[in-house]
Write a protein that binds this ligand. Structure first.
Ligand SMILES: [Zn+2]
Length: 189
């Protein structure tokens, strides 16, 4: 279990949005922009003037619209999490790479040949495989990803890479069902 556990932020509609750092969660609560829904009563957080239970789940008081484009942006953090930190060509995971290798982003259709930087055109590749594939199409060099790349649900990944406490998990189960929780757990290795 990670020792740095953030706070799960819910929209005003109770839809789980994302994990945020504890300090930011406290700021939102103090400013009246969010309320504490669940707190860890065993652990108090103190400021100069007050002590309050450490928030585990907060809910924004005002509904916010999360722009779709923001949700869909490809970042390496989420890309590697989607692919379970595994090179989609040779199958080695981050821990099996040699000291000078790293996980990288590979474009199935290279950018230089008109490929886009979209979820369905990018896969996790170790630097060695990425260099070998270079600017070729998968069928030209016979390198095909193990799993066809799909667009992940942005928020699913943001929970997956940060880990959840049992309380936080309950909210995700309530809103999205047990299947989503099982999916998230399968992402943890
Ligand atoms: Zn590889």
């Amino acid at each position: 279990m990670s020792s740095i556990i953030g706070c799960l932020a819910l929209n005003a509609s109770y839809e789980p949005l994302t994990m945020i750092p504890l300090r930011r969660a406290l700021r939102l609560v103090i400013d009246g922009k969010a309320e504490i829904v669940e707190a860890d009563r065993e652990r108090l957080v103190r400021s100069e003037r007050m002590a309050m239970p450490r928030p585990a789940v907060i809910r924004l008081t005002k509904f916010i619209h999360v722009p779709r484009r923001f949700r869909r942006q490809v970042t390496n953090t989420f890309l590697f999490a989607r692919d379970d930190y595994q090179c989609q060509y040779c199958g080695r995971n981050a821990g099996e790479l040699k000291p000078r290798e790293a996980l990288t982003r590979d474009h199935l259709i290279p950018i230089s040949r008109g490929g886009a930087n979209t979820w369905t055109n990018v896969v996790t590749a170790c630097s060695t495989c990425n260099t070998r594939k270079a600017n070729r199409l998968p069928h030209e060099i016979g390198m095909h990803p193990r799993l066809a790349p799909v667009e992940p649900h942005f928020v699913h990944l943001s929970w997956a890479v940060r880990r959840l406490t049992p309380i936080q998990e309950r909210y995700i189960r309530t809103f999205y069902g047990s299947e989503t929780v099982a999916e998230l757990e399968s992402l943890r290795t």
